[in-house]
Write a protein that binds this ligand. Structure first.
Ligand SMILES: Nc1ncnc2c1ncn2[C@@H]1O[C@H](COP(=O)(O)OP(=O)(O)OP(=O)(O)O)[C@@H](O)[C@H]1O
Ligand SMILES: [Mg+2]
Length: 265
């Protein structure tokens, strides 16, 4: 059963009693939950619930005031945000954050870079291991472009692409770093109905094909409920409920919290 799986002994990621205080505002208040390998975990909650704050703790943009976050049993809290890809945490941004004047290919290559063993000296001397590393990188990037149906726009500048395609490029960039956990910040935002459901399918395919664990922060309730295996609901910085999508959807506290906000139905 999912509820038991979530509390099993060795989760991939463990959020332990995390609190975040901004000035006088308690944005997160003692949040704990586990993520199992291969799980798609949906993080939901009305406006101001603390979803983005928690997401930013996981991607290391915010430092919790209390508690710990463990990846495979090791705390990630001493890592700065730019060193988080190395341990296997990849992310996308709520508002697309690509290099707009670079091609799709180059944007995805940037993502792949944290998995190469190059440095500036061996790079400039064109050492043999750099050339073979580059070949492997090119192949990996090409595979991902094919996987996300982006080969035909590989040489197009990102700023000229429709928003939905830009979001796919961002996903490609995150995948190129070969993450263990992919953190998605409202990936359905700004997409039309069909694109939202295609995205849900794509997220499940990424998990099934690549074994990547996904944390999905999303306002679009239908998308979360049809995509996630497990859901954690927050409200006012506290954990309101966790369980399967059906359990959470039917939880009286969750229903009350959503009826009390005009946020999303
Ligand atoms: N950088 C910050 N400085 C001060 N307060 C903040 C900051 N970030 C968030 N907060 C506050 O923390 C609380 C949680 O905000 P958060 O953005 O995490 O909510 P959310 O669940 O992502 O909401 P939304 O659905 O609107 O995106 C809110 O009261 C918010 O005003
Ligand atoms: Mg938010």
């Amino acid at each position: 059963m999912q509820a038991q799986v979530s509390s099993s002994a060795s989760p991939l990621l463990a959020v332990r009693d995390v609190s975040v205080v901004f000035g006088g505002i308690v944005a997160l208040n003692g949040i704990s939950f586990n993520m199992q390998k291969g799980q798609i975990l949906g993080l939901i909650g009305p406006n101001g619930a603390g979803k983005t704050t928690l997401f930013n703790c996981l991607s290391r943009l915010y430092q919790p005031s209390k508690g710990d976050i463990l990846l495979e049993g090791e705390s990630i809290l001493s890592r700065p945000p730019h060193r988080i890809a190395e341990v296997g945490i990849g992310r996308t941004f709520q508002n697309v954050a690509l290099f707009p004047n670079m091609s799709v290919l180059d944007n995805v290559r940037v993502g792949a870079h944290c998995r190469t063993n190059s440095d500036i000296v061996s790079d400039s001397l064109r050492m043999p291991w750099i050339r073979s590393g580059e070949k492997a990188l090119n192949k990996r990037v090409d595979d991902i472009l094919g996987y996300l149906d982006l080969r035909s726009v590989a040489h197009t500048t990102v700023s000229g692409l429709p928003f939905g395609t830009q979001k796919r490029v961002e996903l490609a960039r995150a995948l190129a770093a070969e993450p263990k956990i992919l953190l998605l910040d409202e990936p359905a935002g700004g997409l039309n109905h069909e694109e939202v459901y295609n995205l849900g399918d794509l997220i499940r395919r990424i998990r099934d094909d690549r074994g990547i664990t996904v944390l999905l922060v999303e306002h679009h309730m239908g998308m979360v409920m049809s995509t996630a295996d497990y859901v954690v609901a927050l409200n006012f910085g506290r954990k309101l409920a966790e369980g399967t999508p059906t359990q959470v959807q039917n939880d009286p506290d969750v229903i009350k919290a959503y009826l009390g906000s005009k946020d999303e139905q």
